[in-house]
Design a protein around this ligand. Structure first.
Ligand code: AMP
Length: 355
């Protein structure tokens, strides 16, 4: 169990690292951020920062040797970087979570082998494959790059089987996955933690609304979803133990008409759909992650309030003054300079009594 005063290394310097570092500081830890960015959201609130490319394994070794535990705040940290860090300090979560979750085919295979349902899918490695997969799965379907997609990037909707070849080419003719369009009635997510000794704690489900592939709003606890909580916990627990995971992860789920849950995606990290916990729970997802990787007991995930979280995307952040004067708004800004279109600049939580 790490003592207050211990040093936590975080691979990645974005807003998730920033919010992890802020909660770690509250528990008396010092965070060191490893990031290729000169002026990162996390680096500016941390005790120290190592600025180097992820491929600079000497810098990675120096960074990891200077901390007591290493974690990551985004899933595309190269596996070699995480392995290099793990030679000098415990890496939590471990490399397996990255290996599984960096590739949509590996991830879906892992989920299905654990006896958990996903939308039907096929791996695609050529234009010919793409057409055959669209014929087999039916349309509409979604073609996605196997690696490096986020916020709806690296995806093409295929409306006619014959269009699958051009969709594959539009994505750069890289290895892809074709997914049947999931006939969901709503999208929810479960954010759950596993401790060093294998205890699991899950926050209530959040209901999520996306626009253009980007999360706009989460409402939690998801209204009328009490009946789904048991199955969501079963799914999250199977994934956590299958990945030998320590820390917080999120599972995005499609809810079908008949109440079945299909896994859309696993995020091996704290997650945007868990930001509501910052103000509606005594222990946020960020503190929960720090507790787990520090070998501390997990906090109680029960909320004291219901919450609606709105992302501030691009120019939305220009409303900060109005939001700051609105009573009851919990405003979180990420300290990013330029409010580019589609860029997550902050979020707000609005609380209400639990129903
Ligand atoms: P992803 O980046 O895979 O999480 O996809 C972003 C969003 O696109 C999801 O939250 C869904 O709203 C939608 N989406 C992705 N995959 C599918 C699918 N197979 N069927 C229906 N909608 C999907």
């Amino acid at each position: 169990m790490l003592k207050p005063g211990a040093r936590i290394g975080i691979l990645g310097g974005g807003q998730l690292g920033r919010m992890l570092a802020l909660d770690a500081a509250r528990l008396g830890f010092d965070c060191v951020i490893f990031t290729p960015e000169d002026d990162s959201p996390a680096g500016r609130v941390a005790a120290a920062c190592e600025i180097a490319p992820y491929e600079d394994l000497e810098a990675v070794a120096r960074f990891a040797a200077s901390v007591d535990v290493v974690t990551y705040e985004f899933e595309n940290v190269p596996v070699e970087t995480a392995q290099a860090a793990g030679r000098h300090a415990p890496l939590r979560p471990g490399v397996k979570a990255l290996e599984v979750c960096q590739d949509r085919v590996t991830e879906k295979s892992f989920v299905n082998e654990a006896g958990i349902e996903t939308t039907p899918w096929q791996a695609v490695s050529s234009a010919k494959d793409a057409i055959a997969a669209a014929q087999a799965l039916g349309v509409p379907a979604i073609l996605k790059t196997r690696r490096l997609g986020y916020d709806g990037k690296g995806q093409q909707v295929v409306r006619r089987a014959g269009d699958a070849a051009s969709a594959f080419e539009a994505l750069g003719s890289v290895p892809c996955i074709l997914e049947a369009f999931a006939p969901f009635t709503r999208e929810v997510s479960v954010v759950a933690a596993r401790s060093v000794d294998g205890a699991v704690a899950a926050f209530p489900l959040a209901e999520n609304h996306h626009e253009g592939g980007i999360l706009r709003v989460s409402t939690a606890p998801a209204p009328g979803a009490d009946g789904l909580a048991g199955e969501a916990l079963r799914i999250a627990s199977a994934i956590l133990s299958g990945l030998e995971y320590v820390g917080v992860l999120a599972v995005e789920l499609f809810v079908l008409e008949d109440g079945r849950l299909w896994v859309n995606e696993i995020a091996p990290r704290v997650h945007n759909t868990g930001h509501w916990t910052m103000d509606a729970c005594t222990v946020s997802q960020f503190e929960q992650h720090i507790r787990a990787i520090a070998g501390w007991p997990l906090g109680d995930p029960a909320p004291h309030s219901a919450a609606r979280m709105d992302n501030l995307i691009g120019a939305d952040v220009e409303r900060w003054q109005a939001l700051a004067s609105e009573p009851g708004v919990c405003l979180h800004l990420y300290g990013k300079g330029e409010a580019r279109e589609g860029r997550k600049m902050g979020h707000v939580n609005r609380l209400s009594p639990l129903s």
